[in-house]
Each structure stands twice: as C-alpha cells, then as structure tokens.
Design a protein. Structure first.
Length: 240
C-alpha cells in the first residue's frame, strides 16, 4: 500500500500530476545538495585511512620504551592470557625512584613477558640484563626484540624463574619481579629473589596487595618506595 500524498507535493506515482518544472531554483537546490554530500575518497586517501585503522589496532598490542638509548622504541605485546606489561606511567615512577641511568648495573628480569622492564634497564645503560621466561612464544618474541634493538647486554633464558633464582648466587644489583597475578607468587618470588640480589641491592615487586614495612624488615628488607596504580601495588625494596 502506498503512503498518502502530502498536499501540494509531487506524487511520482500519479500519472495525472503536472510535471515538475526544472527551474533555476530547483537546479541550485540540487547543486547545493551535491556539494554537501561527502566527497569520494581518492585511492591514496583510502590507503591512508586503512593504515590509520591498522595503527590503532596495533597500538593496543605494543608498548614503548620510555627512556634511554631506545626511547620510543616499540615492543610487541602478544595476545596471551595473563600477560600484563608494566605501563608507561608506572615505569616512569620506578625509574624516578632508581635514577634514570643504570650504568654498571647487573639486572635480572625474572618474569620477563614482553621484556619491557629488562629492555628499559638496558636502554638506560645496564651492563648486563638477564631475562627469564618460561613460555616458548614469549621467549621467541624477546629474542626478536633483542635482535631488532641490538641489545647485546641482554641474555634470554627459557626457565622457571622461581627455580632459577633459588639456584643463582647473589650477583644482581636489581631484580624485577612481575609474576602472573593469577598465580599468587608474590611472597614466594620475593623470597626466591633474596638468593640472587646483592646486599644493598634493589628488588622491584608488583603485587595485588601492599607489603608493609614491618613484615619486610623481619626479612632484612627495607621498603624504600610504594605506589599504587589501579589494582597494582608497586614496591621498591632494598636488601639490607
């Protein structure tokens, strides 16, 4: 069923209706409507638009180094359950605590994941950076990032971080501990790290709850700094 015609309007289905005159005003109205319509994109514009969309998608799967030699370099973030790299603003706080230069330091990134903490340390001059990672896919990604950056100070070992730290001698000035949150390894990882950090050395620990200064002091540790970002508690701890 057709709609009822509006009074005074031309009905295209009515054969008896007088023809619509192609007046100057009508032509001007059609020209104005055509000018207001969005212009067809050129092939170059379509390609640029496609690249912008791809970059937006990739940005969610990359994280950048924020300081040192490789500042602004991007590291891939594989889509894997539980992988949660330390964000820019938390790393900025951490290296404000530590100092921006780590020249001469020996560093362990115990649960490396994307390697962002370890590569950040190497970018800031650390002499050696040992990365530990258990997952084969992540180890391959770390190796690719090392090659791309030319990170000769970085050594990557596929290993269980807990067992490796318990066997290692005290040799590191700084140990990064960012264990998987769902594994609840915070206490155990901190205890294991004490085997391989030197006296007066530093331990950076991310956990789901704060560690209080009194309980750390009982283990011969000093809580130097603490901050919170969302659900993550960041601790900088010194071994006495």
């Amino acid at each position: 069923m057709r709609d009822m015609p509006v009074a005074g309007a031309h009905d295209p289905w009515d054969d008896d209706a007088p023809p619509v005159r192609n007046t100057r005003a009508a032509r001007a109205a059609r020209a104005q409507a055509a000018a207001a319509a969005p212009a067809e994109l050129t092939p170059a514009q379509k390609l640029a638009q496609k690249r912008e969309r791809r970059a937006a998608v990739n940005a969610a799967h990359e994280i950048r180094i924020i300081g040192g030699t490789w500042r602004r370099s991007l590291l891939p973030v594989p889509d894997m359950p539980g992988l949660r790299p330390t964000p820019d603003r938390v790393r900025e706080t951490l290296f404000n605590w530590l100092g921006q230069e780590l020249a001469g330091w020996s560093v362990l990134d115990a649960f490396a994941g994307t390697g962002v903490l370890g590569f950040e340390a190497a970018s800031r001059g650390a002499t050696t950076v040992q990365m530990l990672e258990r997952e084969t896919k992540l180890v391959a990604g770390l190796a690719a990032s090392k090659t791309r950056l030319g990170a000769s100070a970085v050594t990557i070992t596929q290993a269980d971080a807990m067992a490796w730290m318990k066997r290692a001698p005290a040799q590191f000035d700084l140990v990064f501990l960012d264990p998987p949150f769902d594994a609840n390894l915070f206490e155990a990882a901190l205890a294991a790290s004490l085997h391989c950090v030197v006296p007066q050395g530093w331990i950076y620990l991310e956990a789901s709850a704060p560690f209080d200064a009194a309980s750390l002091a009982e283990r011969g540790l000093e809580l130097y700094r603490h901050s919170r970002a969302g659900a993550v508690h960041a601790h900088l701890i010194r071994k006495l």
